[in-house]
Design a protein around this ligand. Structure first.
Ligand SMILES: Cc1cc2nc3c(=O)[nH]c(=O)nc-3n(C[C@H](O)[C@H](O)[C@H](O)COP(=O)(O)OP(=O)(O)OC[C@H]3O[C@@H](n4cnc5c(N)ncnc54)[C@H](O)[C@@H]3O)c2cc1C
Length: 402
């Protein structure tokens, strides 16, 4: 045992509820400062669904802080552009170049990765770190705190003790339910279908090294390459007023086709090429100001669930992990104030992303008629420098500043 190990007492650890990207990132961030944690994951196996994820430069600052920068960079696909297409007319509206100028400005790249691969990087780093304990089949139903001890209550009656607890268990967080009690998430009425297909199955004219978004009335289609360009991630969304939350249900192609009958033939091919489509009815919440109850706080989707339209939910969870860890860098002496500082630094930035994600759904992704023409006119008129200025607030931050 080295001296650092000797100083860590048995329950002098953070309890992290949820082993998703946010939970594992937090465990790694705390470990950077010598803080021990136990991650409690409800599932029998730690993992992620087989779909893609876009990563802004802000996520890469986070990877470096968490000590997994090289590994995350190795598995990323570096796309050239973000392209916005008109899904009815079939023409390009605008594109944001992600080349050298973008990297210089934001100090890091924009990339896409397979979620499972990214989660695997975090998981390996956690497994290899003696400060981190991972426990599966641990379904947390609430917490209890007294003086300097916090307990996670498991559904089998077990209590897990620590000095602080982070609710990082996603959209349906039980910790949030106890801490905030603001009821179930808001059902957006937007239905997303996801599929991953081999490179060869992608229509030849759409094999672009870009994240492409086809925007149409009450629907949109997204595609980008994965796995070093060996496959394509397909995500199509219909604003069909779906009333109930659903996550990951297998559906037939006929179901997916329904919201896209009015879309240009080229974009519609995406639906025909997709296989094993899975359905999600998207949910989010209104931002809130209080994420802290003494030694308990929230992180990632548990704190600020958002629609995916800025492709930032996981990026924000990583930023949260960085910010919280930084607040803990001086040790465990003042946990309650450190958690309040974390909340105060993160609160408005994440609220902005939550609200902005909803708004671009309305004004960029799904408008019709004059609203769509206006979108095209405004977006076409921007130069690359103007685009970079517009996205500075999002990509120019690291999670350490509010
Ligand atoms: C269609 C779609 C596309 C997206 N695209 C992007 C993108 O391009 N870029 C981006 O940054 N974000 C994207 N997101 C958002 C991103 O997926 C989420 O914001 C991110 O996964 C949140 O991570 P998390 O760790 O907070 O929560 P989660 O990923 O939900 O992880 C929570 C973990 O907690 C566990 N858990 C749940 N309940 C309990 C319990 N009671 N006890 C113990 N464990 C529990 C779960 O099993 C899970 O492992 C997208 C989301 C969707 C729906």
């Amino acid at each position: 045992m080295n001296s650092l190990e000797m100083t860590i007492k048995k329950d002098n650890r953070f309890i992290i509820v949820g082993g998703g990207i946010g939970g594992l990132a937090t465990a790694l961030g705390l470990a950077q400062h010598g803080i021990k944690s136990i991650v409690l994951e409800k599932s029998s196996k730690l993992g992620e669904i087989g779909a893609g994820i876009q990563l802004g430069p802000n996520a890469f600052h986070g990877f470096d802080y968490l000590g997994v920068g090289d590994q995350a960079r190795q598995l990323s696909v570096y796309i050239d552009d973000l392209i916005l297409m008109d899904a009815i007319k079939g023409n390009e509206i605008t594109r944001i170049s992600l080349g050298e100028k973008f990297r210089e400005r934001f100090k890091n790249p924009y990339a896409v990765v397979h979620r499972g691969d990214l989660h695997g990087v975090f998981l390996k780093a956690c497994v290899d770190n003696y400060l981190i304990e991972l426990q599966t089949n641990a379904n947390v139903i609430g917490y209890y705190q007294e003086d300097e001890i916090v307990s996670a209550n498991l559904d089998d009656g077990t209590l897990i003790n620590g000095v602080a607890l982070i609710g990082a268990e996603g959209l349906w967080s039980k910790i949030r339910n106890q801490l905030v009690g603001d009821g179930p998430p808001r059902v957006s009425g937007h239905t997303t279908y996801r599929s991953v297909i081999p490179y060869a199955d992608m229509p030849e004219e759409l094999r672009w090294n870009a994240a492409t978004l086809w925007a149409g009335p009450k629907c949109h289609i997204v595609h980008y390459p994965l796995h070093g360009g060996n496959s394509f991630n397909l995500v199509v969304t219909s604003h069909n007023d779906a009333p109930e939350p659903v996550a990951g249900k297998l559906v037939s192609k006929e179901v997916v086709r329904k919201g896209f009958e009015h879309v240009n033939e080229i974009a519609r091919q995406i639906i025909e090429r997709g296989k094993d489509w899975k359905l999600w009815v998207l949910c989010d919440r209104d931002p809130i100001t209080n994420w802290v109850d003494r030694r308990v706080t929230l992180l990632g989707d548990a704190a600020h669930p958002m629609l995916q339209y800025l492709a930032q939910g996981a990026c924000m969870a990583i930023e949260d992990a960085v910010c919280l860890s930084e607040q803990m860098k001086n040790g465990l002496d003042d946990i309650e104030n450190s958690l309040i500082n974390y909340q105060n630094i993160r609160n408005l930035r994440t609220a902005r992303v939550q609200l902005h994600s909803r708004e671009i759904g309305k004004h960029v992704y799904h408008p019709d008629g004059v609203h769509a023409l206006l979108r095209n006119k405004i977006m076409k008129s921007k130069s690359q420098d103007e685009w970079y200025d517009n996205i500075e607030w999002l990509y120019g931050s690291t999670g350490l500043d509010s």
